[in-house]
Write a protein that binds this ligand. Structure first.
Ligand SMILES: C[S@@+](CC[C@H](N)C(=O)[O-])C[C@H]1O[C@@H](n2cnc3c(N)ncnc32)[C@H](O)[C@@H]1O
Length: 376
């Protein structure tokens, strides 16, 4: 572990970049970022411009996703049109043209030239909002709608920009299944294995609301660019999907409170909501909570579950992971408190393996080491 009071150990930084290079090669995958991460690790070892840029950075290189902070900071320059040479390489990689080794000198040169612009960006957490995760969550919402027959009161913790909070306004192509408004500007395509989810269940979303420790204001062009900067440049379809979802959310934005999950939920779940099925959902946010907040959130939800009834049921839908390969989609329901694993799904929702009915014990706790998957 790095000493939180001092700069990160450069050997740990180098190892973190190599680890992320492997993850980018396996998961996603992103040959472009696999190469850049590997070269950046070499540069750190050789004391080059990346080492100089990161020399005084404080934090944990793996847990704080330093490599993704750096690559995101550089990508923001590309997206802003301030790095034309690098943009050419990124575009070619995104168009399937392969990765030209000359991308590294262009990257290195930018790090050297723009250290003053890049360095402050490294102090902010990586923050993403991955739209295709809705493909894996959809079946959970439909299952609650089907089993309760009630309109849904949708609550999300860790909403980021709220792109998954409007999941019902998107059109889905999930293997052979179709769901949603075919005229939606947001078209989510994922591979689907296993039986269908309750795609024909009648659905009404009565209300929706979310919270985030630092919600992204989509009316702020800089904030939008920052959100886009964390998408890997050789995944242009993810960027296009995100932009479509941003446009949809801006058309009719949901309310997202700036609050810790624990504090917001204490209020949001204080009273049962009769005539509604309350669905609290979350995706890829549990990692970010300290153990104390996880326990507090679990306690608040359990207590609300104990107050739930058939007229005011509660469900907790989670897409979270403790493995490199994939996340689990779990659904816990009250009254009763039964917990089911509904699916496994790619971290970014590229595929969903729908299980239907398998039962599991509960959510795993944070493992000692951070998985190497594309967590953000
Ligand atoms: C990796 S992003 C995932 C965002 C979104 N759920 C998704 O799946 O795309 C994690 C989000 O959790 C938020 N977050 C972290 N700690 C939090 C907390 N204690 N309470 C609420 N949100 C938090 C972060 O600000 C970030 O927006």
């Amino acid at each position: 572990m790095a000493d939180p009071a001092g700069p990160a150990d450069l050997r740990a930084v180098e190892a973190a970049f190599r680890q992320q290079a492997e993850a980018c090669a396996d998961q996603g995958p992103s040959p472009l970022y696999a190469l850049l991460m590997e070269r950046a690790a070499d540069d750190v070892a050789a004391g080059g411009p990346v080492a100089r840029l990161l020399g005084d950075w404080r934090g944990h290189p793996v847990l704080d996703a330093l490599s993704m902070r750096l690559l995101g900071a550089v990508h923001a320059e590309v997206l802003a049109g301030r790095a034309p040479e690098l943009a050419r390489h990124y575009r070619a990689a995104g168009e399937g043209g392969g990765v030209d080794a000359a991308v590294w000198p262009a990257f290195r040169g930018l790090v050297e030239e723009r250290a003053d612009v890049l360095r402050p960006r490294l102090d902010r957490q990586v923050q993403t909002n991955e739209v295709r995760r809705s493909a894996a969550l959809l079946g959970g919402f439909l299952e609650v709608a089907r089993s309760t027959g009630l309109p849904l009161r949708v609550l999300e913790i860790g909403s980021s920009a709220g792109l998954n909070l409007v999941w019902d306004r998107y059109a889905y192509r999930l293997g052979p299944h179709r769901w949603g408004d075919p005229s939606s500007g947001v078209r989510i395509e994922s591979d689907w294995e296993g039986p269908p989810a309750a795609f024909d269940a009648p659905l009404e979303v009565a209300s929706r609301e979310g919270c985030d420790l630092s919600p992204i204001d989509l009316e702020d062009a800089e904030a939008r660019l920052r959100l886009e900067s964390f998408i890997w440049p050789d995944h242009p379809e993810r960027l296009a999907l995100m932009r479509a979802a941003i446009a949809e959310v801006r058309r009719e934005p949901p309310t997202i409170r700036r609050a810790r999950a624990r504090d917001w939920l204490a209020e949001a779940l204080a009273e049962p909501a009769p005539g509604r099925a309350t669905v609290l959902f979350q995706s890829v946010m549990w990692w970010y909570l300290p153990e104390s907040e996880r326990s507090a959130v679990s306690g608040i939800v359990e207590a609300a579950g104990a107050r739930a009834s058939a007229a005011a049921p509660l469900a907790w839908l989670r897409k979270e992971g403790t493995r490199v390969e994939s996340t689990d989609v779990e659904l816990r329901r009250w009254p009763g408190g039964e917990n089911r694993k509904l699916a496994e799904s790619h971290w970014h929702g590229r595929w969903v393996r729908w299980l239907g009915d398998g039962r599991i014990a509960g959510m795993g706790s944070r493992p000692a080491t951070w998985p190497r998957g594309p967590l953000a």
